[in-house]
Design a protein around this ligand. Structure first.
Ligand code: C2E
Ligand code: MG
Ligand code: MG
Ligand code: MG
Length: 275
């Protein structure tokens, strides 16, 4: 195509590509340095019991506070970190920070909560993954039962690997949830065989409760009940969605209706009522 359009276009085309590549390389370099420079932080989004209103846990979500560009959302940097391997040191930092925070809150006298941490494919596939998690737990002093790992359906594609890892985590006393459930291709057979604690219904189904999405949400809740798994609905934004989920017997909810992800100080003020 470039050849047909003539020499000038070809040069323009390569210059554009070159610029993009340079930008990407620069972004990746900044990303790598961001960890050393202390530009990452975690926000925490609480998860509530839909029947009692009680807080059950919270999800740790990575934030990059870029000096010039402000907060960069994880969907902008997690996929790149996953691609170039930076997710390994970043993921370890997230895990350690979340465990340290959970332990610190317990020591301040706050009721012990489940701390959920997102795990990426690369981390999960690391031969030392379970060992790394156990080491971080013992270094931070957090009891394994207070850590929950969120994996996605894509990690279940290597069934043997997944089974081994999940069994080891289970034996270590660490619970595991399936995140963004309903958007991947998990086999229902493995869902029943693997030691899992929660299914998190993807927010795409909740945000638009169309007739078909309603049917899917109902089916996921029934499935989870029959497999004795807890269900957390993600991305709940309206009272109507909350009421609907309650009627269907959904166990827990997470979403802007209840709370946005918050920095640690705000969590302490709003949930634990301290100043
Ligand atoms: P996720 O694990 O499914 O996390 C839920 C996302 O939904 C979060 O986006 C959260 O802020 C957002 N959310 C929560 N409630 C609502 C709501 O009511 N409405 C809407 N529209 N959104 C809501 P966030 O923090 O931007 O993170 C996006 C994704 O980035 C996460 O999706 C997760 O896949 C990934 N991520 C974030 N932190 C980490 C991390 O530390 N490690 C890894 N591997 N992935 C991470
Ligand atoms: Mg998650
Ligand atoms: Mg999710
Ligand atoms: Mg997601």
């Amino acid at each position: 195509l470039a050849k047909e359009a003539g020499k000038g276009t070809f040069r323009f085309f390569t210059e554009e590509l070159h610029k993009e590549l340079m930008e990407k390389t620069f972004f990746e370099m900044e990303l790598r340095q961001a960890l050393e420079k202390g530009q990452f932080l975690l926000h925490y989004q609480p998860q509530f019991d839909l029947t009692t209103g009680e807080i059950k846990g919270m999800e740790a979500l990575a934030r990059w506070n870029h000096p010039d560009r402000g907060f960069i959302p994880p969907l902008k940097f997690i996929p790149i970190a996953e691609e170039n391997g930076f997710i390994l040191p970043l993921g370890e930092w997230v895990l350690r920070t979340a465990c340290t925070q959970a332990k610190a809150w317990q020591e301040q006298g706050f009721p012990p909560l489940r701390m959920s941490v997102n795990v990426s494919m690369r981390q999960f596939n690391l031969p030392s993954f379970v060992e790394d998690v156990r080491r971080i737990l013992s270094e931070t002093g957090l009891h394994p039962s207070h850590l929950n790992l969120e994996i996605t359906e894509s990690m279940m594609s290597d069934v043997k690997r997944c089974e081994t890892v999940l069994q080891e985590l289970y034996e270590a006393g660490i619970t595991v949830s399936i995140d963004d459930f309903g958007t991947g291709y998990s086999s229902l057979l493995y869902l029943s065989k693997f030691p899992l604690s929660h299914l998190k219904i993807d927010q795409a189904f909740i945000s638009e409760l169309s007739k078909s999405n309603t049917a899917i949400v109902k089916a996921i809740i029934d499935l989870a009940k029959n497999l004795e798994l807890n269900v957390i609905a993600e991305g709940v934004e309206t009272e109507q969605q909350g009421n609907f989920l309650q009627q269907l017997g959904c166990n827990e909810v997470q979403g802007y209706l209840y709370s946005k992800p918050l920095p640690e100080k705000e969590i302490e003020q709003s949930l634990f009522h301290t100043v």
